[in-house]
Design a protein around this ligand. Structure first.
Ligand code: 9MR
Length: 505
């Protein structure tokens, strides 16, 4: 054993050294050539090095033509990216830093960061990206009209290797354990980073997917179209669950709860769902067919999740954002056009029919602190209470420090909290998508944001008996849907911000 030990140690060091070598830490260097960058184009576009040591793309004939480079990204690893871009052709032009990834021969795209570059000014784009499961990853910068020429330089990408969070910080879920569940929403690739998820698990007790359980993720339009063709039955609905499985698998394995978002919504729902033969060119189906499709979709989603992940999904947003932005009425949508004014009631009726016993059913909406919208959301909730199908209301809570008036938030909560369900219990409340934007990432704004979060949580404390859960809509600023407003409790390096300490201290 004594003889083998040094050998084993050597092997271990070698493995660590090799592993470290593979972590990307790259800055573009155009001093001796194009450094592996090339023009993404079907021919015609070219890249060349300029006197400013930038990389210029010329001869573009399509908007997707762009300077790109292949990178070996590792699934689940988090990368920090930045690049400077400059154009000399128009007063100002928008640019996007994007990734083209390929899996099983199919290329797909994600936009990672945006900027507007004024004529002649080097302009910065930066972001964080968690890599997905792909065979090839090409990072590229595109923008301007199809024939605009532009330069990039100082493209940096490095793998974030420092620990998530800070040792010894309090845990949100533990601090609020006697009041309500503390949760967060994740974007698809976050779930692939096991270290990140371990940290999230130490902070949060309930998780939501930002996009992967919405109708556009679960409805299989192609298969539904084929099923209608094969049977002549317009009520056929086919669903698929590949996109939502990673979080559900992780939650099941780790004994963590999930909140489902969302069964019925006017947005992120393919318009083909509402049309004959699932073809976007065809006329809308009848109310009867649409109700049958709605019931079938809700039944299949709830049955599949109940069978495969019993007890994991404890609550659902059954309908999201049905209230109009102005006027005391429902929002005009394909749901109201095809089904009519009772589509929310029908969705809850079906959800109640197929949900496992004890699953809490929520109606979820935004801006419910704003006068008319507050009335409509209460009208919707009242009609669902009369039907006996609802358990609670979700305040999305996308706020902006300095703009959102906390007094109205307080009034909205007080009014909603007065409602009693048919069994005599008070309505459940949920803060479902909390984030608080600030204009820029400065110490002063961080403090203003911290005060806002602190006041909000004082309010939540007053309603702790009725609040089931508070979820922030994401964890780190750079992966938020409002990344430009730095609205969350952790910065892009997953370090706690003053807002975090303002609600745990
Ligand atoms: O966080 C989601 C973002 O990644 C999507 O681009 C966006 C598209 O609609 O939806 C975001 O989530 C929304 C949620 O589903 C409903 N309330 C508003 C949220 C922010 O737009």
């Amino acid at each position: 054993m004594k003889k083998i030990l040094p050998l084993l140690l050597m092997l271990l060091c070698l493995t660590i050294a090799l592993a470290e070598d593979t972590a990307i830490d790259y800055t573009s260097d155009f001093s001796e050539g194009t450094d592996g960058w090339y023009a993404r184009s079907a021919g015609g576009a070219e890249v060349s090095v300029t006197a400013e040591k930038g990389l210029l793309i010329t001869g573009r004939t399509a908007t997707w033509n762009s300077p790109g480079r292949d990178f070996d990204l590792v699934c689940g690893k988090t990368y920090a990216l930045s690049v400077l871009v400059k154009q000399d052709e128009t007063a100002s032009t928008g640019f996007i830093l994007s990734i083209a990834h390929t899996a099983n021969g199919t290329e797909s795209y994600e936009n990672l960061a945006k900027c507007t570059a004024k004529q002649g000014e080097w302009t910065l784009m930066q972001c964080t990206y968690v890599a997905g499961q792909y065979d090839r990853n090409v990072l590229y910068v595109e923008g301007g009209a199809a024939d605009t020429s532009y330069q990039i330089k100082d493209f940096c990408i490095y793998e974030q290797t420092q620990a998530y969070g800070k040792p010894g910080i309090p845990s949100l879920k533990e601090v609020y354990a006697d009041k309500f569940d503390f949760g967060t929403a994740v974007v698809a690739n976050e779930v692939l980073d096991s270290d990140r998820m371990d940290f999230y698990k130490s902070q949060f007790g309930i998780f939501t997917y930002g996009n992967e359980m919405k109708p556009d993720a679960l409805l299989d339009v192609g298969a539904s179209m084929k099923a209608v063709r094969a049977t002549g039955d317009e009520t056929q609905v086919c669903v698929k669950f590949d996109r939502c499985k990673p979080l559900l698998d992780w939650a099941q394995k780790n004994g963590v709860k999930v909140h489902g978002h969302t069964l019925v919504w006017h947005s992120q729902t393919p318009s083909a769902f509402f049309r004959e033969g699932y073809s976007s060119k065809n006329p809308l189906v009848s109310r009867e067919v649409m109700l049958a499709r709605m019931e079938s979709y809700i039944r299949q989603v709830l049955e599949w999740t109940n069978e495969n992940y019993p007890g994991v999904i404890v609550s659902w947003d059954v309908v999201n954002e049905a209230a109009a932005d102005s006027g005391r009425k429902l929002r005009d949508s394909l749901w109201t056009q095809v089904v009519g004014q009772d589509f929310v009631n029908r969705a809850f009726e079906y959800a109640r029919k197929y949900a496992a016993e004890g699953t809490k059913l929520y109606y979820n909406d935004y801006n419910s602190e704003i006068s008319m919208k507050a009335l409509v959301t209460r009208d919707i909730v009242d009609s669902l209470i009369a039907d006996g199908t609802i358990d609670g209301y979700g305040f999305q809570s996308h706020y902006t420090a300095g703009q959102t008036n906390l007094f109205y938030v307080q009034v909205a909560m007080k009014e909603m909290a007065k409602r009693t369900l048919q069994d005599g219990t008070p309505i459940r409340l949920r803060i479902s998508e909390l984030d608080v934007g600030i204009p820029s990432n400065t110490q002063d704004n961080w403090q203003t944001q911290a005060r806002f979060y602190n006041e909000l949580f004082q309010l939540y404390g007053q309603y702790a008996d009725q609040i089931e859960a508070v979820h922030t809509w994401g964890t780190v600023d750079s992966l938020s849907w409002r990344a430009d407003s730095y609205p969350l409790l952790f910065d892009s390096m997953c370090q706690p911000k003053p807002a975090f300490f303002a609600i745990v201290d």
